[in-house]
Design a protein around this ligand. Structure first.
Ligand code: GRG
Length: 334
């Protein structure tokens, strides 16, 4: 169980919950699922023509990363699976987990471009455009986005009802479209002046706007990751509602932790340049609420997350990976 949860001491957990949660080994759980995701992604982008495009896609997609979104999708699917071998039946969500990582990789490629964040390093290596040039980086991102949709539609096993799959495809696109990631990126870019507003309508960033940017830019895909895993396993409505909210909580916590890492992290561990937000005078959770205030907010989100997991009425064993992943999102160092 994570330090924040234990330190808070305010969570009502039964003794059984505590034992299940502390006994859970996220490292081992994540290692097996990451291995599966890495191997599947590798085959999904196996070299084709034009070779340079696939090389550029592989360069970013297979460059590591925590695979947080894939793990969340698989963990949610396993949590709601009624079968004995949850890991096995949760595999119906593997194509979705891989599609999410493709979308995530494309968003990082585009985010690093000179016209956006203009970053030189990502995941401990030169960014895609530094390696392949801007035009190829743009197109590799486009290709990953489109391939993600194809993989989700074609590779999801037919044990998943067509109606559910259609819902998942629609939700993925909503999560990353104008109401989600792209909308959040645009609102963020307007707030920093990267995208200029028509004369006279300069926006100022309120705490509410900052939270709304986080929810869309980072949170929507993380929310989708949890929701989709459960939806693909035909979870009941009340479980879906609680897990979708859990994904939102996790998304916000993830971004607050990201803002904290920009202040406290180092380039070697982070794999990207820290201090960029601060140097740009960007409004972040830390600049608004300070380090302590941000950590307190993380504690509150942990508590809310815990009660959402309880609301699902799933067993403590079933939700242990999801609980541990929230803890990881908060206490991570990269
Ligand atoms: C989706 C069509 C479409 C366009 C993308 C550029 C853009 C529009 C959006 C930017 C979204 C973005 C990059 C948000 C930041 C999210 C974030 C905190 C990334 C870091 O995630 P980690 O820590 O990275 O999970 P790893 O490397 O571990 O995968």
């Amino acid at each position: 169980m994570g330090s924040l949860l234990i330190e808070s001491g305010r969570i009502s957990m039964t003794e059984r919950d505590m034992v299940a949660a502390t006994a859970f080994d996220l490292r081992q759980y994540a290692a097996t699922r990451r291995d599966l995701v890495e191997r599947t992604l590798d085959t999904l982008v196996a070299g084709k023509e034009p070779a340079q495009l696939w090389e550029s896609m592989r360069y970013s997609l297979l460059s590591g990363g925590k695979r947080m979104r894939a793990l969340l999708c698989l963990a949610a699917a396993e949590a709601v699976s009624e079968h004995k071998d949850a890991a096995q039946s949760g595999l119906a969500s593997l194509p979705c987990a891989c599609a999410i990582e493709m979308v995530h990789a494309m968003s990082l490629i585009h985010d690093d471009l000179p016209c956006m964040d203009n970053d030189d390093f990502r995941r401990g290596q030169p960014t895609n455009h530094k390696q392949f040039g801007e035009a190829m980086a743009l197109l590799a991102g486009d290709a990953l986005l489109v391939l993600a949709n194809e993989i989700l539609i074609r590779n999801t096993p037919n044990t998943v009802q067509a109606e559910i799959l259609l819902d998942v495809v629609a939700e993925l696109n909503r999560a990353i479209g104008p109401e989600g990631m792209v909308g959040g990126q645009v609102a963020d870019s307007i707030s920093t002046g990267l995208i200029t507003m028509p004369t006279g309508s300069q926006s100022s960033v309120s705490p509410e706007l900052l939270e709304s940017i986080h929810k869309r830019k980072t949170g929507a895909l993380l929310r989708f990751s949890v929701w989709s895993g459960a939806r693909l396993m035909a979870a009941q409505d009340h479980v879906l509602t609680s897990l979708a909210r859990y994904g939102e909580i996790l998304g916000l916590a993830f971004q607050i932790a990201d803002d904290l890492l920009d202040v406290t992290g180092d380039i070697k561990t982070l794999g990207k340049t820290p201090g960029k937000d601060q140097a740009a005078g960007k409004l972040t959770w830390v600049s608004l609420y300070g380090i302590k205030g941000s950590q307190e907010q993380l504690q509150k989100l942990c508590i809310e997350g815990e009660s959402l997991l309880n609301e699902t009425a799933l067993t403590p064993q079933a939700v242990a990976p999801l609980r541990a992943l929230l803890d990881f999102a908060i206490n991570r160092t990269s």
